[in-house]
Write a protein that binds this ligand. Structure first.
Ligand SMILES: Nc1ncnc2c1ncn2[C@@H]1O[C@H](COP(=O)(O)OP(=O)(O)O)[C@@H](O)[C@H]1O
Ligand SMILES: [Mg+2]
Length: 338
């Protein structure tokens, strides 16, 4: 007798689901779009890199998710679901509770995390004690340990320092250590390693990657640097002028970019892929007030045509293979040939 068919396991929803998120900036001339139709999902233990040049809306995306967008900017539409719960419109007290426990943010400016009047040791030990059933001696040991793991030399001596006694780079490493100690389900990191030298950055990325894998933390890592995304991410979403223009598995997207903007970012990597010379994308990203209609990249795009004046729809990056990601370009074939 054959066993009765077992019910299909219901798949868990992704930890973070961002759907058609919109944010605006109020101005005297009326609201300007900061984010338009931003959508992505992020599962437990996954790393998504959000990449794009300065001004593309990466920080606005992070702050919108965290409920930290301040007037005159505001979330104007869409949905952010965290573990099945809607965060858009959530009461501030609830949001603060989530930020203290389940979601941690690493800011560009570490002083957004650090308290200037407390020693590093006091801040880290408090964080350990708040999240693990250990005594002070063990908490201090863990504090030294985590500082060592993010590349802080002489961790014991640093514990007695106040934030202003450390360099900017050391402060940032301490802020990263604190975010990791919170053991959140989700970490959102907004270019925290940009100011650090390449060796320290690589060490931190390795450590963050290991901890995320160990603890199945979901990580949204924002960077303007595709080589950081390459070192760290499972998936990449490329942002331009307030929209995501291409997203997919990191390896596939870097090997075969479809959107001309993604291709341009890769071609401008200093290492020069395919042995080619570094080729920067011509021109600059638009300001909020000067974003073109349709595909906002078209004034800088080598393959744009009249069809690009209309909003490009989403399509699969690779024909008939949704897991390969999606792209928002009416002209994707030509980008591959370019
Ligand atoms: N408070 C603000 N006032 C005016 N413009 C803003 C404000 N915040 C963001 N912007 C504009 O919104 C756009 C997106 O900014 P941001 O999210 O910081 O981009 P990124 O993090 O990708 O560099 C940029 O054009 C930026 O100038
Ligand atoms: Mg930013």
């Amino acid at each position: 007798m054959s066993a009765p068919p077992s019910p299909a396991p219901s798949p868990l929803p992704p930890l973070l689901e961002v759907q058609a998120l919109r944010a605006e900036l109020a101005t005297r001339g009326g609201p300007l779009n900061m984010l338009d139709d931003v959508s992505f999902t992020l599962g437990h233990g996954r790393v998504l890199a959000l990449v794009g040049e300065s001004g593309s809306g990466k920080s606005a995306t992070a702050f919108s998710i965290m409920g930290l967008l301040d007037p005159p900017a505001r979330v104007a539409g869409g949905s952010v679901r965290f573990a099945g719960r809607e965060l858009v419109g959530l009461a501030e007290a609830e949001m603060r509770r989530l930020r203290g426990n389940r979601i941690a943010m690493i800011f560009q400016d570490p002083m957004m995390t650090l308290n200037p009047v407390l020693t590093i040791g006091a801040q880290i030990v408090e964080t350990v004690l708040a999240h693990a059933p250990v005594g002070r001696a063990e908490a201090r040991r863990r504090a030294r340990d985590v500082l060592g793991r993010v590349g802080v030399p002489g961790p014991e001596e640093r514990l007695a320092c106040h934030p202003h006694q450390l360099s900017g780079g050391l402060r940032q490493r301490v802020a990263i250590a604190i975010a990791l100690l919170h053991q959140p389900d989700l970490i959102i990191a907004d270019e925290p390693t940009t100011a650090l030298d390449a060796t320290i950055q690589a060490q931190i990325l390795r450590e963050v990657r290991a901890l995320v894998t160990e603890r199945r933390t979901a990580l949204l890592w924002i960077t303007h640097d595709l080589s950081v995304a390459e070192q760290l991410a499972d998936d990449i979403a490329v942002m331009y002028a307030g929209r995501i223009v291409e997203r997919g598995p990191a390896t596939a997207l870097l090997r075969q970019p479809i959107h001309p903007y993604t291709a341009g970012l890769i071609a401008s990597l200093p290492r020069g892929r395919r042995g080619s010379r570094l080729t920067p994308i011509p021109g600059l990203p638009p300001t909020l007030a000067s974003r073109p209609s349709g595909c906002a990249f078209r004034p800088r795009c080598g393959v744009a045509g009249p069809a690009c004046a209309a909003d490009p729809p989403w399509r699969d990056r690779l024909a008939g293979s949704a897991p390969g990601g999606a792209v928002r370009c009416v002209n994707p074939g030509q980008a591959v040939a370019a």
